[in-house]
Design a protein around this ligand. Structure first.
Ligand SMILES: Nc1ncnc2c1ncn2[C@@H]1O[C@H](COP(=O)(O)OP(=O)(O)OP(=O)(O)O)[C@@H](O)[C@H]1O
Ligand SMILES: [Mg+2]
Length: 320
């Protein structure tokens, strides 16, 4: 069985408001999938359905090949968007408590708790009641609680919201390390494009309760546009340049600028050595070079016509 999670045509309606509509997404075993989309797109709703906190109104969800509901929730570890922690319990006690919910106790639980506190930089706070932690520390403890039982599927709803940049990068490392070590599948939501690029093997964009695009970061970028390379050369005779560059394979378009050309194509960066060689051969020297490639933000914009952080209203009347 290849997939950790298979969602097929999920629909969820809250008080007449369609929140998920024909939502389909497959998540492969062992991959890190990032779910991105604006506020209110339905990300947390999908996660609540996976966690068993909500039932879809229609559609099928399979977890590790089994219909959701049949599979033991022990296989899943969820760190929800709102921290779920006991304020009067210390960090260690919180971890031991969450471990016990999944049948992890004794020495094993104490070892795991100590290891997680260490990995997430909370070692010094182990005996501090969690009500006295900073916001970022609570966020990290919330993550640790989801990992106590070493789940096969880890689900993190905005794990790094509210973390400082250094801590965020530390969290990426910890999460990657855990996935590598345990072979777990990871589904995470984020509003940070750079986080998705750094961490995720695949990305799914969700808008108004539907997956609007999915693929590896590079696949997605290729879908919306090509790379552009801007060259300025000396002596810089554009007509001559165009004739030379057009002969190179994989170049889609070359247009003249004042002292050079703009070249368009897929993966232009990999063609640069070839281009510069051809130009040198014909007596042209590159004096300036800039490359631009579409960003994931461009992808989302193109797919949805809306900005990532914008709230998009879902109106059932417009559905058919
Ligand atoms: N229990 C509920 N009752 C009614 N409406 C709800 C409920 N839970 C969520 N919603 C609505 O469902 C929509 C999707 O919410 P959801 O929390 O899934 O969005 P999200 O993609 O996680 O957004 P964010 O990026 O802000 O976390 C929102 O319009 C929200 O108001
Ligand atoms: Mg959410």
């Amino acid at each position: 069985m290849e997939f950790a999670l298979e969602a097929e045509g999920l629909t969820k309606v809250y008080q007449g408001k369609v929140v998920l509509y024909n939502f389909s997404l497959n998540i492969r075993k062992g991959e890190i999938l990032g779910l991105l989309g604006p506020n209110g797109a339905g990300k947390s709703t999908f996660i609540r359905i996976i966690s068993g906190l909500e039932e879809p109104d229609s559609g099928i969800l399979k977890i590790l090949g089994e219909r959701a509901g049949k599979i033991g929730r022990r296989k899943i570890g969820v760190a929800p968007q709102e921290n779920a922690l006991y304020p009067l319990l210390t960090c260690t006690e919180n971890l031991l408590y969450f471990g016990s919910l999944y049948g992890i106790g004794g020495k094993l639980a104490r070892e795991r708790a100590a290891q997680l506190l260490d990995n997430l930089g909370l070692e010094k706070k182990k005996n501090v009641p969690c009500q006295f932690l900073s916001g970022g520390m609570k966020r990290r403890l919330n993550l640790a609680c989801a990992l106590m039982h070493e789940p096969e599927i880890i689900i993190l709803d905005e794990p790094t919201t509210g973390l400082d940049p250094a801590t965020r990068v530390q969290m990426w490392k910890t999460v990657q390390e855990i996935v590598r070590k345990t072979g777990a599948t990871l589904l995470l939501t984020t509003h940070y494009i750079e986080e998705a690029e750094a961490l995720c093997s695949r990305i799914a964009f969700i808008n108004s309760g539907q997956v609007v695009a999915e693929g590896t970061p590079n696949e997605l970028k290729r879908r919306v546009g090509k790379e552009l390379a801007k060259l300025t050369t000396i002596p810089g005779a554009p007509d001559k340049l165009i004739a030379i560059i057009k002969k190179i394979n994989g170049i889609d378009a070359v247009t003249a600028t004042e002292h050079g050309v703009v070249i368009e194509g897929n993966e232009i960066s990999s063609k640069l050595p070839e281009i510069s060689k051809a130009l040198e051969k014909s007596g042209e020297t590159i004096v300036e070079l800039s490359l631009s490639r579409p960003s994931l933000e461009d992808v989302f914009l193109t797919m949805t016509g809306s900005k990532l952080r914008e709230v998009v209203a879902v109106e059932p009347a417009k559905r058919n």
